[in-house]
Design a protein around this ligand. Structure first.
Ligand SMILES: Cc1cc2nc3c(=O)[nH]c(=O)nc-3n(C[C@H](O)[C@H](O)[C@H](O)COP(=O)(O)O)c2cc1C
Length: 396
């Protein structure tokens, strides 16, 4: 059997193969953040489709950290526990490990979504949020610790702390976004202090339960994370007791640096009630302007691999790479040459839940995803689905 399809123990978890579903916001909870039957079906399809493991779409640790997306899940909510127990039980029946991604959206959420002012390590032009007080930093640490404890109680195989994509913890570690002059900002060690403290406190509650991290290996914006800085942070993560690292890049301000491909302007215009009423040619002009305005970093495939393999060489914990991985040949090369321990994918699995089974059976070597990115815009207003570059009937 090819190495990529062999079972492997990473971060203390046994994965049936090395192709993991990266966290992908599902928008399949109810208005209180409780997972629904639809979410269970989604994970069941992925598990039956052969994924090596599932990292859930981000789950909020508290109300202030909830996202602007459609019906986000919440971990620290008594009602959610029942739903998660059903989900984790089903995944274990199917032999697929499931990891809860825990997040606080920080400056990248809005008061209209959470009912509370948005907060961030520093007040900067990238988003509308005020600087957090020291007391608020301690509250957020506690929310993560409680979330990790809850994830263990409800049967998740581990948690992934979201420290990527410009959300709160990513804002703390980023030299661009953290401008604090107290003990929570400045040096790399100070910017990392919030995550280190989460680990210290969580270990007292959950022992050696697997706690991995998703981090930016670099950021494309001025003064953002460099690969060298990311390597330093990865070493600090290892020292703090982190069990594994998934490497990504980007922030909301950096446009589609995280999920590269087409600028989904048709979907953006269609979902905006005011713009959608305009004549077709004006919409088209808006589209051209949007395509020109949004930064489009290159390349569009394997764009986190250099950063991930630099991190892999610097640490002794497992490293997973995500971003623009679409074909089996690339996956085999990454695994066989030990550039990383495993790969993860998001968009390919939105389109084909059974892609791993198809790879394994030799039926297909390439994902059919066209990277139209309609899925990411659609997740603001409806549950996760593949649009395959076509506007849904309700919007066209
Ligand atoms: C619809 C959608 C939702 C996403 N939600 C999350 C999320 O909840 N947490 C996260 O860390 N990344 C999220 N991502 C980013 C993916 O995990 C991944 O890092 C990125 O899409 C690049 O991988 P890909 O080329 O395989 O899609 C999302 C991406 C998409 C397209």
């Amino acid at each position: 059997m090819k190495k990529v399809f062999e079972p492997i123990k990473l971060a203390g978890i046994v994965f049936p193969n090395r192709i993991i579903r990266s966290a992908t916001y599902e928008g399949m909870s109810d208005k209180d953040g409780k997972p629904t039957e639809q979410l269970l079906k989604k994970y069941t399809a992925l598990a039956k489709g052969g994924v090596g493991g599932i990292i859930t779409g981000f789950i909020g640790v508290n109300q202030q950290g909830m996202s602007t997306g459609y019906y986000m899940s919440q971990i620290n909510n008594a009602e959610s526990a029942k739903g998660y127990k059903v989900i984790t039980g089903k995944m274990h029946e199917l032999g697929t490990p499931i990891i809860a991604q825990l997040n606080h959206c920080g400056g990248q959420t809005k008061e209209e979504a959470t009912g509370m002012p948005a907060i961030a390590p520093s007040k900067i032009a990238d988003y509308k949020a005020r600087e957090m007080t020291k007391a608020e930093i301690l509250e957020v640490i506690e929310a993560f610790v409680q979330g990790i404890k809850k994830a263990k109680e409800v049967g998740f195989d581990g948690v992934q702390i979201h420290m990527a994509h410009g959300y709160l913890l990513s804002e703390f570690v980023s030299p661009r976004m953290n401008r604090r002059t107290d003990e929570w900002g400045g040096s790399t060690e100070n910017r990392f202090r919030i995550v280190k403290t989460i680990y210290e406190k969580a270990r007292k509650e959950v022992g050696n339960y697997p706690i991995i991290v998703k981090m930016n290996g670099y950021e494309t914006l001025k003064n953002g994370m460099t690969i060298e800085e990311a390597v330093k942070i990865a070493k600090l993560l290892e020292q703090a007791g982190c069990d594994g690292i998934e490497v990504s890049n980007g922030t909301v301000k950096a446009g589609l640096a995280t999920m590269r491909g087409s600028v989904p302007w048709e979907m953006m215009v269609a979902q905006n009630k005011r713009l959608n009423k305009m004549p077709k040619f004006i919409k088209r002009l808006i589209g051209i302007a949007a395509t020109k305005t949004f930064p489009q970093p290159q390349p569009k495939s394997l764009y986190n691999l250099d950063a991930a393999s630099s991190i892999k060489q610097a640490v002794n914990i497992p490293v997973i790479v995500v971003g623009g991985i679409t074909n089996l040949a690339d996956i085999e090369d990454i695994i066989n040459t030990e550039k990383c321990d495993a790969v993860s994918m998001s968009r390919p699995f939105i389109m084909e839940s059974d892609l791993v089974n198809k790879f394994k059976a030799g039926k297909q070597t390439q994902s059919k995803c066209i990277q139209c990115n309609f899925c990411i815009i659609g997740s603001e207003n409806g549950p996760l689905r593949c649009y395959y570059g076509k506007l849904p009937a309700r919007l066209s």
